[in-house]
Design a protein around this ligand. Structure first.
Ligand SMILES: [Zn+2]
Length: 90
């Protein structure tokens, strides 16, 4: 009978530890990388308005007028560009 009790104790501890370990592994798992573009802002050269990359208006910018070389908000403002009112890039 003692053997049965100790087996149960062992199994209890074993599965508790297993549960903790699996929980730790689960929460330490790096989040799936989002396909975030490297650039911070997308500038429409035709309207001198810049957007967040995820802004729906970015898709409407003609590829000829699309400029993603700017990564600084202050630079864009200093050259006379305006932030988009819809996505409000900062
Ligand atoms: Zn926008």
């Amino acid at each position: 009978m003692d053997f049965f009790i100790w087996t149960m104790v062992f199994l209890g501890i074993f599965f508790s530890v297993l549960g903790i370990v699996l929980t730790i592994i689960y929460f330490r798992k790096p989040k799936t990388p989002t396909n975030k573009p490297k650039f911070k802002y997308v500038l429409s050269e035709s309207s001198n308005t810049f957007h967040r990359p995820e802004c729906p208006y970015v898709k409407k910018i003609d590829s000829m007028n699309r400029n993603t070389n700017h990564n600084s908000y202050s630079t864009l403002i200093s050259v006379g560009c305006k932030p988009c009112k819809y996505c409000n890039p900062k």
